[in-house]
Design a protein around this ligand. Structure first.
Ligand code: SF4
Ligand code: SF4
Length: 370
């Protein structure tokens, strides 16, 4: 495992981080905790979670794992400015996370999910979340205040130039880097740590290895290439992987041990293959889950990815939707695309800023019986 300093914090973190949003909840709590301990034994020392992840079980699962782990790790968790809009609420959120994680302090606490400047302004207003976090820092409950952002590079730069955050968590990967790298470079300029989430584009790369064969160099799979792109990039501090199995931990650690940065020729080859719209891929983050019509928005948008990534035509999308109704992620749907009342709630929440309502209209056409 390779370790690098997180920004200017003095903390040496593993370049592979454990993202706690994809635990397999069909397994026992102990089995999931064991996966965390396995990752720790493999040298991973950065563990990222949040209230709400994995049906709100993620922090508790880490807490269970930490009880039987050597005390040489860093833990990161989060709170949204919309949910904790006063200093007192922000402090309560920290105390609750500490209790669930069973640790005396949180090393990296995120002002979570900034999607527009208004969220940042809310966090920073007098008496708001940031003030509460500063108080937690003074009390020794939080080491570093950081943020997570789904904004364009110029907005990330505006947020970080104020020197309020030690680092930033952002969604960057081998498919969207032409659009996302500005934010990474801005963070580098300000000496911040950069944690990359979503390295495999919401699982799209492992699911479509044939189509993404162009990513791979000699002797590696497209998935390994996508991990190598970030893990070996000197601009990135930690790459979060949403591990579900030991095999995935092994793969990421193997890539970290061997990783050679992509060459200019590699990057040129990848750029030449990328469509102009891979910034518009649904990552499966699930932030759009609260639809008043119970439409499984994330599932529909994941299926829509096939159109965005591979330009599938209407006939192919009809087949794809029908197959997902029968066997796939749309099998348990309570409502269909045509039930959308265009309230806009999902688009407001979407970390990728996707035109969900328009896409649902396409899907409703594909779902219509002829
Ligand atoms: S716009 Fe449609 S899909 Fe989105 S939350 Fe509202 S009803 Fe649900
Ligand atoms: S539609 Fe947007 S918010 Fe919903 S899962 Fe996809 S990227 Fe996330």
């Amino acid at each position: 495992m390779r370790y690098v300093e997180y920004g200017r914090t003095g903390k040496q973190v593993s370049v592979v981080g454990f993202g706690g949003m994809r635990f397999d909840l069909s397994r026992s709590r102990e089995e999931n905790a064991e996966l965390v301990r396995y990752a720790s034994a493999c040298g991973i020392n950065y563990f990222d979670t949040a209230p709400g992840y994995c049906q709100d079980q993620s922090e508790d699962l880490f807490g269970l794992a930490f009880k039987d782990m050597p005390n040489d790790f860093y833990v990161s968790t989060k709170g949204m400015p919309e949910n904790f809009d006063t200093a007192a609420k922000a402090r309560e959120a920290v105390l609750r996370s500490l209790e669930r994680l069973g640790v005396p302090k949180i090393h990296f606490y995120h002002v979570w999910c900034l999607r527009k400047m208004a969220h940042y302004d809310l966090a920073m207003r007098p008496g708001g979340q940031y003030e509460g976090l500063l108080r937690c820092q003074e009390e020794g409950l939080v080491d570093h205040i950081v943020c997570s952002s789904h904004q364009p590079g110029d907005q990330i730069a505006r947020i970080l130039e104020g020197n309020k955050f030690a680092g930033v968590l952002l969604g960057a990967n081998v498919l969207n880097f032409p659009y996302r790298w500005d934010g990474v470079l801005a963070a580098n300029r300000f000496g911040c740590g950069v944690v990359a989430m979503n390295p495999l584009a919401g699982g799209a790369i492992p699911r479509h290895e044939k189509e993404f064969a162009f990513l791979a160099g000699a002797g590696e799979t497209p998935t390994e290439a996508a991990l190598r792109f970030l893990i070996a990039a000197p601009q990135i501090t930690v790459v979060l992987n949403g591990f579900t199995t030991r095999g995935q931990v092994d793969t990421a650690c193997r890539v970290a041990d061997r990783a050679e940065p992509m060459t200019d020729a590699d990057i040129a080859r990848i750029r030449a293959h990328l469509g102009s719209n891979l910034n518009e891929v649904c990552t499966g983050c699930g932030y759009c889950k609260d639809c008043p019509q119970n439409i499984p928005v994330a599932a529909y948008m994941q299926v829509y990815n096939d159109k965005v990534m591979f330009g599938r035509d209407d006939a192919a999308m009809r087949r794809e939707i029908a197959s997902n109704h029968e066997w796939g992620i749309l099998g348990m749907r309570e409502a269909e695309a045509g039930d959308c009342i265009e309230c806009g709630q999902c688009e407001e929440a979407c970390t990728q800023h996707l035109p969900i309502i328009e896409r649902l209209k396409d899907i409703a056409r594909w779902e219509a019986k002829e």
